[in-house]
Design a protein around this ligand. Structure first.
Ligand SMILES: [Zn+2]
Length: 574
């Protein structure tokens, strides 16, 4: 196709297409001269000197890559399908560490490294010196800005590496606009890091709106105040949640009413439609419920679009970052599991929200002017009870019972006392003062605890902190444990349950799901890129989620985050 000469001369991207096309035959000498001059100018200008105006990072909380395969025929053209068709799809991308939880996941994506270096080893950490819990973004010195209560006592203080946001700010001497948006505080804060402009999250309960903490701002910008004044949370809680498509179009092997799903708070059955308004009233009009319905994703998108517009993101040559995280897939996934019709319906609705986001980006920033990536902070296992009923190897491990077994063995060996101080997920913290008082070698006590764990039939592996500090494990689940381990913050013994086994407690119904393991069902997530600087295609070799940000830094031309260990994926780059 031949462009008018004026257009050719002024539009460098088109010029490049024009110049490289073998079918094009310029017809007059003046066009040739213009081409030669512009061509040489372009040749001197590397692509990273003309970076995208905006990077949009999207994290879907608890998304398995096979959801793309299962739900494909029910997706529209503008959301997930657009990402796959126009973009680059890494089909074998994994978390290469455990524990695979939300805080560690968001931190790892945006720092390009793993908990061993960025320090977010759990959602809820345990501090040996105080004997108290520490939520991963807890910071009691902070207060809410625009919201009240403990939700305001949040900051990225516990994060020990820079993120993509920090590096963009450094690259542009602070001129980048870097904003995080999520229902969950940790999913908004950890991507934006310490020097990003602002992270906004949902102050649930009676506030029911987006706000931030004193780490980032002194007062809410006018546009956030205006957004909150619309009281959209209440509006979304006044509807019902019905199926988007006719029931027969969903990919369901089970009836909607089945024994593997936990009903949402305020409802008796895990079936659709749900009378959300009645549940909201029954819960004393607490907006917590919004987290658990698909409208949560719409609400998050509304806020992201408000930020885009009001902050003028992607409007100039300085690269901005909008980090959006969708929390409802995780909340619904935990209750219902990956097979539920509720889960599929939520993804079909999320697909519409993504399409709305991309259309707005096309209009406000311009098609081809921004770069998007989409991934998940972890995936999840099928409901173990369901797998067991299908004759699969799966089950539940009673955590208090397991701790008791370890205690008993330690008492028999070392004498009376409460030897296990705390269990955090699949990690045990031992009683340091008791070890000291008995003049014992800590690594020996750790060894005895790990050995008794290894005698249990449902344990795949158990490593001591001493093992993890002194031995290098190059591959497999031991390597995953090592990448997720930090001596000051992790437990004395780290163990892994057999595939498809979940930690449980007495009286817990075998419904819904969880995540956290180094097994594929938790580590295998989608990684998709689309837009400026991206070469479309599918990549089937194994990649790591820590490669995402190093790849982005090659496009935007900024430094790697401090502790990034991932590598750019060359197939993604144009
Ligand atoms: Zn999560």
């Amino acid at each position: 196709m031949l462009f008018p000469s004026t257009r050719v001369a002024t539009d460098p991207d088109r010029l490049r297409d024009y110049a490289s096309s073998t079918e094009v035959r310029p017809r007059c000498a003046s066009v040739l001269v213009v081409l030669a001059i512009s061509g040489s100018l372009i040749a001197q200008q590397p692509a990273w000197q003309a970076p995208p105006k905006l990077v949009v990072g999207i994290v879907v909380d608890q998304m398995r890559v096979d959801f793309l395969y299962r739900y494909w025929d029910n997706f529209g053209e503008g959301g997930f399908k657009r990402l796959v068709k126009e973009g680059s799809f890494q089909r074998d991308a994994h978390y290469d560490y455990a524990p695979t939880h939300t805080g560690p996941g968001h931190a790892s994506i945006y720092t390009g490294t793993t908990p061993m270096h960025h320090g977010i080893v759990a959602n809820d950490m345990f501090v040996r010196t105080t004997g108290e819990g520490l939520y991963c973004v807890q910071d009691d010195r902070m207060t809410g800005v625009g919201g009240t209560g403990v939700k305001g006592q949040r900051s990225p203080f516990n994060l020990l590496s820079t993120t993509l946001a920090d590096e963009l700010e450094r690259r542009t001497d602070g001129r980048s606009k870097t904003i995080g948006v999520a229902m969950k505080d940790r999913s908004s804060i950890l991507p934006i890091g310490r020097t990003g402009d602002a992270a906004y999250w949902f102050f649930e309960g009676t506030d029911g709106h987006f706000a931030t903490s004193s780490w980032y701002l002194k007062e809410l910008p006018e546009w956030v105040v205006d957004f909150n004044a619309q009281d959209l949370a209440t509006k979304y809680l006044s509807n019902s949640w019905d199926l988007l498509l006719p029931r027969e179009r969903y990919h369901q092997a089970l009836p909607d009413d089945n024994p593997y799903e936990e009903p949402l708070a305020g409802s008796l059955k895990a079936t659709l439609p749900l009378d959300v308004k009645a549940m909201y009233e029954a819960a004393g009009r607490s907006t917590v419920l919004l987290r658990f319905i698909p409208a949560s994703n719409t609400f998050t998108t509304d806020f992201a679009l408000a930020a885009l517009k009001a902050e003028g993101m992607g409007k100039d040559a300085v690269t901005d970052l909008l980090a959006v995280s969708y929390g409802a897939p995780d909340e619904i996934g935990h209750e219902m599991g990956p097979r539920a019709i509720e889960t599929e319906d939520m993804y079909l609705r999320l697909d519409l929200d993504l399409a709305r986001l991309f259309t707005a980006l096309d209009q406000q920033v311009g098609k081809g002017e921004y770069t998007v990536f989409l991934t998940a902070d972890h995936a999840a296992v099928d409901v173990p009870a369901y797998l067991r009923d299908l004759k699969g190897s799966a089950g539940y491990v009673d955590a208090p019972e397991l701790v008791k077994t370890v205690e008993k063995a330690l008492i028999e060996r070392f004498g009376p006392g409460k030897w296990v101080r705390k269990r955090v997920k699949e990690q045990l913290f031992l009683n340091d003062s008791l070890i000291l008082a008995n003049k014992l070698d800590r690594s020996m006590v750790q060894r005895v605890a790990a050995d008794i764990l290894l005698q249990q039939p449902f344990i795949a592996d158990a490593l001591t902190a001493s093992d993890l500090m002194r031995t290098t494990y190059p591959t497999g689940i031991r390597n995953s444990l090592q990448r997720g381990f930090m001596p000051q913050r992790s437990g004395d013994v780290c163990y892994v349950l057999l595939p498809s086994y979940l930690t449980s407690w007495p009286g817990q119904a075998p419904k819904g799901t969880d995540h956290g393991s180094p097994w594929n069902y938790d580590t295998h997530v989608p990684v998709l890129f689309m837009g400026k600087g991206i070469r479309p295609g599918e990549i089937v070799r194994r990649t790591s989620i820590t490669d995402i940000v190093p790849t982005i830094t090659m496009i935007v031309g900024c430094a790697l985050p401090d502790a990034a260990v991932g590598e750019p994926v060359p197939e993604v780059l144009r």
